[in-house]
Design a protein. Structure first.
Length: 499
């Protein structure tokens, strides 16, 4: 069992070893002495310090009020998400899963031991409510892997109470600075321990600013690889929107491989694109059905009671449950599987050794716009073909194909934004708007298919099909409005996009 909390804290250094008087901080009614606790923490990482390189910490700690295993992910400066589990002799499986995208199959070993004498104070308001916990930590660090160095220091740590206002930390900091206390030069105790015991986290060489077309394309590819790796723990934790964001990252990379086929060798990238498509499909096993169910539920909620005939809500729940093809356990199994880990390794290899073609060395201002114009040209053909067709299945399919090309054009323009500047930004904005319009049409097509299925099941069970027919008619009208809007909207988009 793992618990998650949002940790908001700041660390400080002082030439003195004590804690300044904080009774003058606005809102603080009292400073309560909570005594001294000894904390003994062992931090785990790979031999190559992959977690430390990503500012992720994994430790086993005894002493204090929250003894156990702690895994911390950075959110923003001074803010981390902490996942806690009970004490055990080995790293809990739930935590190894959450760092798998970083460590892959490498062994997690003890790298640093920190023993701290923590002198704790509670800052409370007039009602006795906790505002923040302030501690003076006397730390001794011992390197366990990659060296035998030791280090000692004292630091002040201020952690905001759960649900507190982060602005309160500004008030505390203002008071501390007046007494000569300064912000710590290290983001965490582990970072300082690694630096001062001869095992500073590995640092990759600073990347040069993109100069060639290949540099620009690879910067975009690298960003998508990083997004997939960084979102992996959030997907495992079922964080809101994480699955969708990871799917988008896979789509962006696949799109870039295709759009910039003159820059990257497609004999190398096409098989990778196929694996990315597989991953996107696994991520979407339940999500697409969930979105469709939400749309139908909202449509039912919008109907007057007089138009609800029969057990339509029960029928919808039964239908949705039967069509749900995946589960959380299935998705975790995919992320733990060899195929996914092999894909991550392949993405690393592509980023480290890009399969560049001759055009990759060309001027970005010449190579990049050509790719974007080509995508936009194909989109133009598809949209105009869809507009020319009569309403029906052929037009539905043509609009769907245009929607897919619209996404690709949007992503190729995203990759080109640093080269083309404002025109690319405008194109991304227009493609996003067009994608929404075409997406509404496709959603209507899919919803009508679902309604036909529901109506058929209802008829077989002797239930009324009236409500499904009402909803079907409304969805037909929504699609019709899109088809009427598209010939009006498209010329203005086409005329403005001179990339």
């Amino acid at each position: 069992m793992a618990d998650t909390k949002r940790e908001i804290e700041r660390k400080y250094e002082s030439d003195d070893s004590g804690l300044p008087d904080l009774t003058g901080v606005a809102g603080v009614a009292a400073v309560l002495d909570k005594g001294v606790a000894q904390l003994d923490a062992t931090y785990y990482d790979t031999q190559g310090e992959h977690l430390a390189a990503a500012s992720i910490t994994l430790r086993r700690r005894t002493g204090g009020s929250d003894a156990g295993w702690h895994l911390k992910f950075p959110v923003s400066p001074g803010v981390r998400d902490e996942i806690q589990t009970a004490l055990s002799d080995t790293v809990p499986r739930v935590l190894t899963g959450l760092v798998r995208s970083r460590v892959r199959d490498l062994e997690l070993v003890p790298v640093v031991r920190l023993v701290s004498d923590r002198d704790v104070r509670h800052l409370v308001d007039a009602d006795g409510g906790l505002l923040a916990e302030v501690s003076v930590d006397a730390v001794r660090a011992e390197r366990l892997t990659g060296g035998h160095g030791v280090a000692q220091w004292t630091e002040i740590e201020v952690e905001l109470a759960d649900g507190g206002d982060p602005a309160f930390l500004d008030k505390v900091e203002k008071r501390l600075k007046k007494t000569g206390v300064r912000p710590s030069g290290s983001a965490s105790k582990l970072a300082r321990a690694l630096a001062e015991t001869g095992g500073a986290k590995r640092r990759k060489p600073a990347r040069k600013a993109p100069e060639t077309a290949g540099d620009h394309v690879m910067a975009y590819i690298r960003a998508q690889r990083d997004a997939i790796v960084e979102l992996d723990p959030a997907v495992r934790r079922d964080v809101h929107d994480s699955v969708h964001r990871m799917r988008v990252a896979t789509r962006r990379m696949r799109s870039a491989f295709k759009s910039y086929g003159k820059v990257l060798d497609r004999t190398v990238t096409d098989p990778i694109g196929a694996e990315l498509k597989w991953l996107a499909g696994e991520l979407g096993v339940d999500r697409d059905q969930e979105v469709l169910t939400e749309r139908l539920t909202a449509a039912l909620d919008g109907l007057p009671r007089a138009l609800l005939a029969g057990p339509v809500r029960t029928r919808l729940r039964t239908w949705s449950h039967a069509r749900r093809g995946g589960s959380r356990s299935r998705l975790i199994a995919v992320l733990d599987g060899k195929r996914y880990l092999d894909l991550l390794a392949t993405l690393d290899a592509v980023v480290d050794e890009p399969p560049l073609l001759k055009a990759a060395g060309g001027q970005p201002s010449k190579v990049i716009p050509t790719a974007v114009r080509k995508d936009f040209g194909k989109l133009t053909e598809l949209v105009e073909r869809a507009v020319a067709l009569s309403p029906g299945a052929d037009r539905d399919l043509a609009i769907h194909e245009a929607r897919k090309k619209c996404k690709r054009t949007r992503y190729s323009a995203e990759a080109a934004s640093k080269v083309l500047g404002e025109p690319a930004v405008d194109l991304v904005r227009s493609m996003k708007s067009l994608q929404g319009l075409l997406g509404d049409h496709q959603d209507s097509v899919m919803t009508r298919e679902a309604l036909r299925d529901l109506a058929g099941q209802a008829h077989a069970a002797g239930e009324s099909g009236f409500t499904y027919g009402v909803l079907y008619g409304r969805e037909e009208r929504r699609a019709e409005l899109v088809e009427l809007d598209l010939p009006v909207t498209w010329p203005s988009i086409k005329g403005a996009m001179e990339v």
